[in-house]
Unconditional design. Structure first.
Length: 228
């Protein structure tokens, strides 16, 4: 049906973008494993050979879809860090507000990305480790450093990493479980002032817990008791 050689077409850039757009829709619907290159090319109105030409393979195409949005986000958004002179407590408040704003506004505006990540949670692709290295680990490690500073510790430890997961979970809950939150109430915030109030509420809760442990020595993660 589409028999023009990709390298000979004048709109090579436009075709590549069509493939990326079509791939995002198909991967969001079917996930990496079940997605068909033929279905992607049909949607993009491109030759099946175009995937190999532009991306090398289906995995290469998926990798580009998964990581491109991360690169764009990193170019546009600055990370909240401890290096700007603010107190650890104020830095943690800003970190929570930034992440909550992202998950409620930016992720909601890009449902395909959220659907792709939902597939990753159920069936990780070969690209997930690279995604974590590029997009997740830097934010997680910076959060752990902020928490360590709030606790008065010289550097993050395993307990700080566990608290990082707790805080991220509190923020992501309002995105992943929004249909439940809306029905149980109060509904998920939809305006900037509402998000700010929720961020402040989460920050108050987190800082209260962390402050109570400020003079507590680092302890290993608790182990569940074996049943006799």
């Amino acid at each position: 049906m589409f028999n023009s050689a990709p390298s000979r077409e004048h709109d090579a850039g436009a075709r590549r973008e069509r493939l990326l757009k079509a791939a995002a829709a198909v991967f969001a619907k079917d996930g990496f494993e079940k997605a068909s290159v033929r279905a992607i090319c049909l949607k993009a109105k491109a030759n099946v050979a175009a995937v190999k030409y532009y991306f090398g393979s289906k995995e290469g195409l998926y990798r580009e879809v998964l990581l491109t949005s991360c690169r764009e986000k990193m170019d546009k958004d600055s990370t909240v860090t401890l290096t700007d002179g603010a107190s650890p407590e104020d830095t943690l408040r800003r970190w929570i507000h930034k992440v909550l704003s992202h998950v409620l506004f930016k992720r909601a505006a890009n449902p395909l990305k959220s659907q792709i990540m939902a597939h990753e949670m159920l069936q990780p692709s070969p690209c997930l480790n690279e995604f974590i290295t590029l997009a997740v680990r830097p934010f997680h490690e910076e959060l752990a450093r902020i928490i360590a500073a709030v606790l008065g510790r010289a550097k993050p430890d395993d307990e700080c990493a566990i608290y990082s997961h707790h805080i991220v979970g509190l923020c992501l809950h309002y995105d992943h479980c929004r249909v439940f939150v809306d029905r149980l109430g109060p509904p998920v915030p939809k305006t900037a002032p509402e998000v700010q109030r929720l961020a402040d509420n989460i920050a108050d809760f987190v800082l209260g817990a962390l402050t109570s442990r400020r003079t507590t020595q680092s302890k290993p993660a608790p182990r569940s008791k074996k049943q006799s």
